[in-house]
Design a protein around this ligand. Structure first.
Ligand code: GAR
Length: 198
């Protein structure tokens, strides 16, 4: 019996180059998953990657709500109609409120541009450069209530080269992030098939 296609909702905050890579790679891959919706906390330029492929998008901005809890509830209400099997934070730069995490946990994954638990937070690439280390990395984790503190599903080292800038290093890390995310999706989607077969 052929497996159902896993539904993915991706959340972004910026240019969404990793989202673009995912949308390009998934259809030709053997991973039975597709992106059914893309959301953001702001009018991010990366939403265009979804729009031009006819994928629905939504924006739920924290500034439109009285507090983080209300924003999280509204963001959850925007996500829920897609009935996602997995929610992927791909450059989503806001910490999810605990209520939102518990609503979808453990089905929220996050890609991060460092070898966690090294350099968590919003400046993982700059922090690695500032620390003067010889290598950093990329990670895909399960989201919990902390800052990039959930279980690591995949990670790989990325060497820092002499003369690296934040931009040059980040570009090389993103190449690895894109591969890791596909590896993780292949893994979690096939586990899900196993679950539903039981
Ligand atoms: C990616 O490197 C992602 O890991 C990072 O933002 C970048 C988004 O790039 N996320 C974080 O730093 C979250 N802490 P993109 O917009 O070009 O896909």
């Amino acid at each position: 019996m052929s497996a159902a296609t896993a539904k993915l909702v991706v959340l972004i905050s910026g240019s969404g180059t990793n989202l673009d890579a995912l949308l390009t790679s998934l259809p030709g891959s053997e991973i039975p998953a597709k992106v059914v919706g893309v959301g953001s906390d702001q009018d991010a330029s990366g939403l265009e990657h979804a729009r031009r492929r006819g994928i629905p998008t939504f924006v739920v901005a924290p500034g439109d709500f009285p507090d983080r809890g209300a924003w999280g509830e509204a963001l959850g209400d925007a996500i829920a109609p897609f009935a996602p099997d997995w929610i992927i934070l791909s450059g989503f730069m806001k910490l999810l409120p605990p209520g939102l995490v518990s609503r979808f946990s453990p089905k929220i994954l996050n890609t991060h541009p460092a070898y966690l638990p090294e350099f968590p937070g919003a400046h993982g690439v700059a922090d690695a450069l500032a620390a003067g280390v010889e290598e950093t990395g990329a990670s895909v984790i399960v989201v919990d209530d902390g800052v990039d503190s959930g279980p690591v599903l995949a990670q790989r080292r990325v060497p820092i080269q002499p003369g690296d800038t934040e931009a040059s290093l980040h570009e090389r890390i993103k190449v690895v992030e894109r591969e890791l995310l596909l590896d993780v999706l292949a893994q979690v989607v096939s586990n899900q098939e196993g679950d539903s077969a039981r």
